[in-house]
Design a protein. Structure first.
Length: 199
């Protein structure tokens, strides 16, 4: 066959986009000049906190994304298009992070941030489904690790619904709720792996 999709190039461009997104977000933090007042210090800490939460969200997406393209996995053609949609939404995160950082009390900024996260989570879940459909034979079941990753992708979609609700009702609490969601997801993953290892 002369012409075919290359999984290696798909992974390469995806990793490149993740690297750029992670880098761009930190550039939005304003470098302080001169002595810092109490207000300026508070603003700076708020900006750094917003950046760290967004960095953790993107790092989480990278972790799940690399799980999708392990060795021996067959990638269906439809996944290439879905992956580009996923990456385009991911590229919006520096923009919505900057907007949220500059306007912590804005409901519009909080809702937009939550919507982008929800759409990325949904794309991620759809990619998991496509990979499972393309690689799992009818007589096979998912391995424990694969089942856990797939379940986590579903949980992330549910949690992003909570983010949307918080952004609509208490926009100032959105970053704290996202932080709690990250801790919850990491904690449940760790706990489930411990339970699986002992049984």
């Amino acid at each position: 066959m002369l012409f075919q999709h290359s999984k290696d190039r798909l992974v390469a461009i995806s990793d490149g986009v993740f690297a750029v997104v992670l880098t761009i977000m930190v550039l939005d933090i304003k470098i302080p000049t001169g002595a810092l007042s109490l207000t300026a210090t508070r603003t700076l800490l708020q900006e750094v906190f917003t950046y760290l939460i967004s960095f953790a969200v993107v790092a989480q997406y990278w972790q799940y994304h690399q799980e999708l393209f392990g060795p021996g996995i067959q990638v269906p053609p439809s996944l290439y298009l879905l992956n580009m949609g996923y990456l385009s939404l991911l590229c919006l995160l520096p923009f919505v992070t900057g907007w949220l950082k500059n306007s912590q009390t804005s409901r519009y900024a909080a809702v937009t941030f939550a919507v982008v996260i929800a759409l990325v989570d949904l794309c991620q879940l759809l990619m998991f489904k496509l990979i499972i459909r393309a690689n799992l034979r009818p007589d096979q079941t998912l391995a424990n690790h694969d089942h856990e990753e797939y379940r986590s992708a579903k949980v992330m979609v549910v949690i992003s619904g909570l983010y949307l609700l918080v952004s609509l009702t208490y926009p100032r609490l959105l970053l704290l709720v996202i932080f709690a969601g990250l801790i919850f997801r990491a904690g449940t993953t760790w706990l489930l792996r411990r339970m699986t290892a002992t049984t």
